[in-house]
Design a protein around this ligand. Structure first.
Ligand code: ADP
Ligand code: MG
Length: 316
């Protein structure tokens, strides 16, 4: 007999994540009842993943469970917030217990890592889509935003950029991909620890979901400044592609969920410390200046033309 939505919630979601002691009521009543820490502010973010648009419909459900949570945690990381609670709105075309089991397991594994409790949601039938709302907490004066960059600040990125886009291109072309390459696309690690370590130090921060040029562009716009980027310092995918393709992927590829942040030069020593403490590489790729927009340069300091397509957009 097929499960109804109450059975699905009961069987797969009601006990999925470890209880936190700041949750009075989680799944099971009309609202979740949560107790924020005194003096902290809430950081709240929602993301939707639609089959065929954000993920290939036949993707491994455990990876999907991981990724839908990772992209939301990445938004908390970008604000320097500590993850606390999440709700999950799930629209399913059919009840496939094997799919649900694996999806829930991928979700739970990442939630456990970040001490995040699933506290509610909604379960409906329709074309496969997943919407998550994550809630984090942060000290009001430590929160990271897009608009605080100052002239002279260093521009930094975590990890390597363009790896997810490279894997996606290869999969779409029917090419074989290594396990490591597949992980870059399907199991991004949200940079939560880096975001928290940057509290009170970074002047602006964003997570790179649409591509470096697009997302750094948001920092420029919000901070009313110009970014000068040394493209030879931008860490692209580690492989044997030609230089031009690597750079294009690194500048415009989406879905990496690394952080891009601005950092006062006088605290430069702290960057190495943060990289060591979080075990995430950090590269300095440029500097903020008066002005607007982004200018990119090659290793000899020659200005380069900006890539034509700077990031993914849904309605263009
Ligand atoms: P209501 O009809 O009052 O909105 P629902 O029947 O949708 O309640 O859900 C019952 C309970 O299960 C609620 O606490 C809701 O937050 C939770 N819930 C529903 N779907 C999910 C889900 N996919 N994941 C986690 N919790 C869920
Ligand atoms: Mg409901």
């Amino acid at each position: 007999m097929s499960l109804n939505e109450f059975d699905i919630i009961q069987q797969y979601f009601s006990q999925l994540t470890r209880p936190r002691n700041d949750v009075i009521t989680g799944i099971g009543d009309d609202c979740a009842l949560l107790v924020p820490e005194a003096g902290k502010i809430l950081a709240v973010s929602t993301d939707t993943l639609v089959a065929g648009r954000h993920f290939l419909a036949d993707v491994d459900p455990a990876s999907l469970g991981h990724k839908c949570l990772a992209v939301n945690l990445s938004d908390l990381a970008a604000m320097g917030a500590e993850p606390c609670w999440v709700s999950l709105a799930l629209t399913l075309p059919e009840v496939d217990e094997n799919w649900l089991e694996n999806f829930a397991q991928g979700f739970a594994q990442l939630a456990e890592k970040h001490n995040l409790q699933l506290v509610g949601g909604d379960t409906t039938s329709g074309p496969l889509a997943i919407t998550l709302t994550v809630h984090g907490q942060v000290e009001a004066d430590a929160v990271l935003t897009r608009n605080g960059a100052r002239p002279g600040d260093l521009i930094c990125v975590t990890g390597r950029l363009g790896r997810a886009a490279l894997t996606l291109n290869q999969l779409l072309n029917g090419a074989a991909v290594t396990e490591k390459a597949r992980m870059a696309l399907e199991r991004p690690e949200p940079r939560v620890a880096v975001g928290i370590a940057l509290q009170g130090l970074a002047t602006a921060c964003i997570d790179i979901s649409d591509g470096l040029m697009a997302d750094l562009g948001h920092i420029c716009l919000a901070s009313k400044l110009k970014a000068l980027v040394d493209t030879s310092a931008v860490p692209g995918p580690e492989n044997t592609l030609d230089q031009e393709t690597r750079l294009d992927l690194a500048l415009t590829g989406g879905d990496d969920y690394e952080l891009c942040f601005t950092f006062p030069e006088k605290h430069k020593d702290r960057l190495l410390q943060i990289a060591q403490q979080t075990e995430v590489s950090i590269s300095v790729i440029g500097r903020m200046h008066e002005g607007q927009g982004i200018e990119i340069f090659d290793e000899s300091g020659q200005m380069m033309e900006m890539p034509a397509q700077q990031g993914y957009m849904h309605f263009s």
